[in-house]
Ligand binder design. Sequence first.
Ligand code: SAH
Length: 458
Amino acid sequence: MKVQVPVHKNNDYQGTVADLTYQGNGVVKVDDFPIFVPNALPGEQVTVKVTKVTSHFAWGRVMEWQIKSADRVETADQKLLQSGIAPLANLKYDAQLKFKQRQIQELLAKAHLNDIEVLPTMGMADPYHYRNKAQVPVKLVRGQVETGFYRRGSHKLVPTEDFVIQDPQLDKAIVVVRDLLRKFHIAPYNEQTGEGVIRTIMVRRGYYSHEMMVVLVTKKRKLPMKEELVKGIVAGVPELKSLVQNVNSQRTNRLLGNEDHVLWGESAIHDTLLGIDFTISPRSFYQVNPQQTERLYSTAIKAAELDGSQTVIDAYCGIGTISLAVAQHAKEVYGVEVVAEAVNDAKHNAKANGIRNVHFVAAKAEDQMAKWQEQGMQPDVLIVDPPRKGLDEQLIEATGQMGPKKVVYVSCNPATLVRDIQRWGEQGYHVVKPIQPVDMFPQTTHVESVTVLERTEK
Ligand code: SAH
């Protein structure tokens, strides 16, 4: 049956915002036909101009608010809302936390799993300035070197000096580098012409250590005015410990290339997480919200209820953050991760901290789990922290065969979490505690949570 489309491009419609999508857009319905409207909040009465129509939905823009939401943050920088940086910055923080809790509840309800409880989202006391890493594009805008962010879905640079959710020391360092590039006429790399030097500035700062790293990503090895630039950055960023040039000559969306040259100081910085020392080099993965990472992983580790006698598997272990924190509470820990460099970092970090009861393997988690199962490994607890696509069925089946008592599921995507909870059910594993969401990315739509499953007769 063909759907009658009741709205037309460039026409105005009046309505009440009924809902907020998982991407943070308001939904206004005209005869049940949804119009997605950026920066419109549930309960608001608005006049919307339709900007795009497809057969099943439309996009629109608010022309006027008749009634505004009590949950609206009026000061939210409109530029930030348009970016991928802070799409929820127009919503009060309490409402953001409820929005994240409700998202998991709704997905559970759709899957007829209403009996599983979801706790209120663990938020931050200061839900801004939390990121320990910045990676900003550098471009010429009206003849001037600018740093900022790309507007969502585009390569259009929006210049800014205040990134709102980054450690302010990162923002300051970016301005120092930008001003030096202006002063010494060092041109940004231009994708169209292939001319120019600097592609991206990356800055990291240890939350506890306060050690800073600046990485200049360049198109070529040659860096004009190198000495002056180095001198200027060293003078302008007092906490600097490491200044690196990364060469990325490819035409690619990947930020960093494979070539690092230390321009000044060390090749890496350090920070601690849950009391463990981590070495962070330019290309290392490291969680970007250290305060909430500690809370998320502490929640997961507590849920594992370890007393030092257990064998634990940490699947999708990355640089071993969870494995190393678990090690002091377990007999043996086995970590598996597909990115070989991350596994090398994990091994290095284990050694540097004198932790000997952890073992890391570079492999796909689903393959390695099947292998361990064949080898007769009998873990007590499995911890998983998969990417957005969730768990592979093979991993769930292999786990069912091995039969650990407990599974602790750290999830960054409620949709695949709920799908996987259903699959775990087929292996006899059921959720035994309320799900705990933890807000790792305030002002954004990301939803992280910890779920505990146990093998139970049901
Ligand atoms: N706990 C980790 C982060 C996990 S993020 C830490 O704190 O470092 C998810 C990880 O899963 C990423 O490191 C990604 O490289 C890895 N990954 C993705 N697919 C995988 C697979 N099929 N098998 C194993 N690891 C995988």
